[in-house]
Design a protein around this ligand. Structure first.
Ligand SMILES: *[C@@H]1O[C@H](CO)[C@@H](O)[C@H](O)[C@H]1NC(C)=O
Ligand SMILES: *[C@@H]1O[C@H](CO)[C@@H](O)[C@H](O)[C@H]1NC(C)=O
Ligand SMILES: *[C@H]1O[C@H](CO)[C@@H](O)[C@H](O)[C@H]1NC(C)=O
Length: 475
């Protein structure tokens, strides 16, 4: 092991931890005024404008985390714009965003924020490499396009860091290619081996630089208990805890930038925004949960005509979906668990400090992986690695919504023949048997039906009695 002796490093990490928490307490004590409207893109000159398209891959858990990381790097650099060299490429082993330069004219920049030519951390490395056997202990819930947990995504960015891609994912050092996975990812690596991803930059042929976060955590009011279903608003008895939770989210968002959130994904979501891209999603409409999806919160507002408080949410279904990739969702009800599963982190070498509502000590290190963490050669920063090990004993259950980003979910048999599944099961039957039938007969011939939210509505996988398995990508 490199660096100072273990005891010294533990002591140093402890000091750092104590110093940080003192600062955070004082940050919380100051009465932060929460505005009625807030939008990352206008507050920070266009940071947050880039919208990914995750394509046919359950990568929302990775894409939403890297997008928060990239937007927060942009914010830090935008605030520090004068310190940037001409041309905007930030040199040195620090942040990576070409900030400070608008690709559109400056008037627009002031009105709406501006689009920046930007480099982003590439989710491809996370998708291709977090599922490697040697890292399984550290990232137990990462399965590439098969879904993952946001805690794994942040832990990966903390320990290994990520190479860059061009915003949008089409070019750069490690472009995003898992969108072509078509929902099938037998090795759980986003249909691409890790070797080819982290060894060499595709554009320059050089060895990639890896960018990390120096801290991360989740926002979770201790009184906000998890619940069996997120189909309805939280009961009035949760109002106080939920109020504190929402406020903690707003304070962190105003201070450091977008948050990663995961929701339970209900059957009416896709249709709601196809029908009304400018609407505020405010009800699950008695539809079943069909999966989990992870997203970015960019801000909030209040709609006068409906008197509804809402979040501004960035999706990863490309800029043509919703309102330029962004949509509105009711705020303060914890509908679909949108206020229950919140993650944030700070780019390494920035002076970003997580606010007091973000818990640093929660389930960062999976059970049994502490030694693994300490021994990893790639842990090059002793202060950071030790802070991680230090927190290992505190392992509260993460605040949960029922289904994690991109995961497959088994549909109960009684739902095979009911909306929204019945029609799709019947279509799948036609493909499997080469003949049409009624929804009831199709449901009877189905052995298992699984769904996954987060990719263009939801995907369905149906296994029939005759052994045929049908995957519907564009449900
Ligand atoms: C609330 O949801 C209903 C349908 O579920 C929709 O008709 C209405 O427009 C929504 N309200 C807003 C303000 O979007
Ligand atoms: C973890 O964080 C929570 C909330 O900030 C705090 O109450 C708790 O004491 C911390 N636990 C440890 C072991 O530091
Ligand atoms: C900009 O960067 C400098 C140098 O790290 C730092 O001292 C300053 O606080 C930063 N400003 C903001 C607004 O982040």
């Amino acid at each position: 092991m490199k660096g100072p002796a273990l005891a010294t490093r533990i002591a140093a990490a402890l000091l750092v931890t104590l110093a940080l928490s003192a600062q955070q307490e004082s940050a919380l004590a100051v009465d932060v005024e929460i505005p009625t409207h807030f939008d990352t893109r206008t507050k920070w000159y266009g940071c947050g404008l880039h919208v990914m398209d995750q394509g046919q891959c359950g990568s929302c858990w990775a894409v939403s985390a890297t997008s928060v990381f990239g937007d927060r790097a942009c914010i830090w650099l935008a605030e520090n714009g004068t310190a940037l060299p001409p041309g905007g490429v930030f040199t040195g082993n620090r942040l990576f965003q070409k900030a400070g330069q608008c690709t559109e004219d400056l008037h627009q920049a002031h009105d709406h924020g501006c689009k920046r030519t930007a480099l982003f951390p590439s989710p491809q490395a996370l998708l291709s490499c977090a599922s490697l056997a040697e890292d399984k202990k550290l990232f137990p819930d990462s399965a590439g396009c098969g879904g993952g947990w946001n805690s794994d995504a942040w832990r990966y960015m903390f320990i290994h860091g990520l190479p860059t891609m061009e915003a949008g994912g089409a070019g750069g050092c490690v472009p995003y290619t898992s969108g072509h996975c078509h929902g099938k990812d037998p090795h759980g690596n986003g249909c691409r081996s890790c070797d080819g991803v982290i060894d060499q930059c595709e554009d320059s042929g050089t060895k990639p630089t890896f960018y990390r976060v120096h801290s991360f955590g989740s926002i979770h009011d201790p009184e906000l208990h998890s619940r069996a279903s997120t189909a309805e608003p939280r009961p009035a008895s949760d109002a106080e805890a939920l109020g504190r939770q929402v406020r903690a989210m707003q304070v962190e968002l105003m201070t450091n930038g977008p948050l990663q959130v995961c929701i339970d994904y209900f059957g009416n979501f896709g249709k709601f925004f196809n029908d009304s891209p400018l609407g505020i999603y405010n009800s699950t409409d008695k539809q079943p949960v069909v999966g989990g999806h992870c997203l970015n919160l960019l801000g909030w507002g209040h709609d006068e005509s409906s008197q509804m408080d809402y979040w501004l949410v960035k999706n990863s279904w490309g800029p043509n979906w919703g309102n330029e990739g962004v949509f509105r969702f009711i705020r303060g009800a914890d509908l679909c668990g949108i206020e229950s599963d919140i993650w944030a982190g700070c780019p390494a070498n920035s002076n970003c400090q997580l606010t007091a509502g973000v818990r640093h000590n929660e389930s960062h290190v999976p059970l049994g992986a502490e030694d693994h963490v300490l021994l990893r050669e790639r842990l090059f920063d002793p202060a950071i690695s030790l802070a991680l090990a230090q927190d290992a004993h505190a392992r509260d259950a993460p605040p949960s919504s029922a289904s994690r980003g991109g995961y497959w979910r088994e549909i109960p048999r009684q739902e095979f023949s009911t909306h929204p599944f019945a029609l799709h099961v019947a279509h799948a039957y036609e493909e499997a048997y080469g003949a049409p039938t009624t929804p009831e007969q199709a449901a009877a011939a189905a052995v298992t039906v699984r769904s996954q939210g987060g990719v263009r509505g939801f995907k369905l996988n149906v296994l029939f009695e005759n052994g045929r398995e049908v995957m519907n990508d564009h449900v």
